[in-house]
Ligand binder design. Structure first.
Ligand code: COA
Length: 189
């Protein structure tokens, strides 16, 4: 994900996370930590051929690395592109990134009522380690905390059938180090 992706990502963000969509400022701040030798983030976009002949954005995801722990900050796929293995591709890339960052574990939060996302994470070997009560506002929805040990050993599960994958999954440039996710931010992954 690069700066020119922020506008289209915000369009998707409002569709995927209508109750607690991230702001443009938050994406800009995340991308600012995704470049250079002290980078602590990597954000990816997935593109598919658009109507006008160009590329259109159909999914994205992001990872933060903090002191050897990776955190899935967000992951989402447009509804019309779901169940084609794209979520798994994005997550697989983020876990490979965590390994590059030298992370020994990857954590995430997911809404207790978000079964598709939980299944995706479990397919990759994430296990449930706890609960954050009332983590998501509005609605006071609890978050399940999930953890994957040793992302370097994680394998992308095979899709169940023939997929129609988007053209590409592109990443922001980055390299290993650390910081915390933005304060007060609710992660979407
Ligand atoms: C969670 C999310 C990212 C998954 O994305 P996705 O692209 O649908 O993920 P995948 O296609 O890799 O896997 C989803 C399902 O499709 C199935 N699938 C994958 N490829 C397939 C194919 N070629 N044919 C049929 N089914 C397929 C998978 O087996 C999986 O099945 P399951 O529902 O039984 O687990 C997506 O549902 C989403 O964006 N949700 C809204 C945002 C969100 O909740 N994000 C997570 C916040 S914590």
């Amino acid at each position: 994900m690069r700066w020119w992706d922020v506008e289209p990502v915000l369009g998707l963000e409002r569709v995927l996370f209508p109750e607690d969509a991230w702001s443009a400022g938050l994406f800009w701040s995340e991308l600012a930590h995704a470049r250079g030798p002290g980078a602590t983030r990597r954000y990816l976009v997935a593109e598919a051929p658009g109507d006008g002949g160009g590329q259109s954005l159909v999914g994205y995801g992001g990872l933060a690395a903090v002191g050897g722990t990776g955190d899935i900050q967000t992951i989402g796929v447009l509804p019309s592109w779901r169940r084609a293995g794209l979520g798994a591709r994005l997550l697989g890339e983020l876990l490979a990134t965590a390994a590059e960052f030298g992370c020994h574990e990857v954590m995430l939060e997911v809404r207790v009522d978000n079964a598709p996302a939980q299944r995706l994470y479990e397919r990759f070997g994430f296990t449930r380690i706890g609960m954050r009560r009332g983590y998501y506002q509005p609605g006071n929805v609890d978050a399940l905390v999930m953890r994957l040990e040793n992302p370097a050993a994680a394998r992308t599960p095979s899709p169940p059938g023939p997929a129609n994958p988007p053209d590409s999954v592109n990443s922001s440039d980055s390299s290993p180090t650390s910081t915390n996710p933005p304060q007060g931010t609710k992660t979407h992954g």
